[in-house]
Design a protein around this ligand. Sequence first.
Ligand code: CLR
Length: 438
Amino acid sequence: EKELFNELQLKKQEEIINDGSFHGYDDPPRTRMNLDEDDRPKISLWGILKSMIGKDMTKMTLPVSFNECTSLLQRVAEDMEYTDLLDQAALKKDSCLRMVYVAAFAASEYSSTINRVAKPFNPLLGETYEYSRPDKGYRFVVEQVSHHPPIGAALAESARWDYWGESAVKSKFNGRSFDINPLGTWFLNIRPVAGGQELYTWKKVTSSVVGIITGSPVVDNYGEMIIRNHTTGDVCKLKYKQRGWLGSSAYEVYGTVVDKAGKPRWSVGGRWNDKIFGRKYQTDVDDSLINLSKESNTAAQLDQTLNVSTSPTLNAPFLVWENHPRPPAPFNLTPFAITLNAIPQNLKPWLPPTDTRLRPDQRAMEDGQYDFAAKEKNRLEEKQRARRRQREVEGSVHQPRWFRKAKHAVTGDEYWQFTGEYWRMRENLGRKRLDGKK
Ligand code: CLR
């Protein structure tokens, strides 16, 4: 069933392949970094943040040891870890069941925030990051289109779906917690195997670093997410519970998929750090689904609880998503995040000079050379400031290279429209470089 593609999907797949999007991605994704563990000096977050109450992240100068070796562009790429859910969604015949998988995908994006209390590098204006996965059939590109405020515009494409949006956030340290409010709308276009296309949108919930004063900072994600299927009228309201005292209700997420007629059809729930389940709708708040998802549940215990049935035609809950294992890693990166900054020999000729992988400061950070990382970071940011002053003198404004602002015809939302050029330009550049070498 998995290999079945309909005409629309095949057309998209051909476009992706013909653009050369997978060129350079011959090697399997990297599984480890040069460092086995990072030895960043442990400094108190409160000690440094207490003088920064009321500030947003862009106005904070923090020592580089508060950074992790990723950039915000790569953090957007981390949304790609569980795109299998979107492939699965496309295989379902019932649009409300597709929504269950889309909701799990939206929640899965938070799993990578566990143990990641560190600041990603702020991308330079015009910086890009691309990531293709021939084994999964998708390509992804993101560009820093604005510096003040920082905005990254992203687009991921595969045979069965496209996913795009912007990473703009408003952040503030209010004295107790450090809150990050995402602003942009995220769009998902699914091409179901059953035919046609459908458009989904949602906004991301609040991310927040809590426990700063007590010295045990953790990332919490909470709020209500409303996922709409604009094509069918189905809606899923997904509630991410705020972490309570001593971690009660931490990671909990639950929601209901309601069809166009207002009839609740599916429950979805669990923990965004662990597992998410679906079930035919029975009750309003499906606590039982949340309770199913406990880290103590082994796969065998789960099978028993689930009555071994994973068939959505019965009323038994079925496992929709499970977090990948998190072996110890430098900067607590996920195995997926570890793949992002790799720069294999085969890929080099295909990368534009703006790609994050070529940033010397981030490279130094990932290799544990923190002083050099700090020095290089400073140098690059100074150069960026000089470029901005130059633009001011000339009276020119920076124009994004691969995206332009547009208004969405269906939802009316503003978004960054891909100009369609990136992959073809990359192909030309790579061909030229390789021909030059011959
Ligand atoms: C969460 C998942 C979303 C995209 C997203 C956007 C901004 C990210 C956030 C994620 C995770 C937490 C984050 C935040 C920006 C800053 C913040 C990385 C990836 C960190 C934890 C703030 C550290 C603060 C310091 C003072 C150390 O889909």
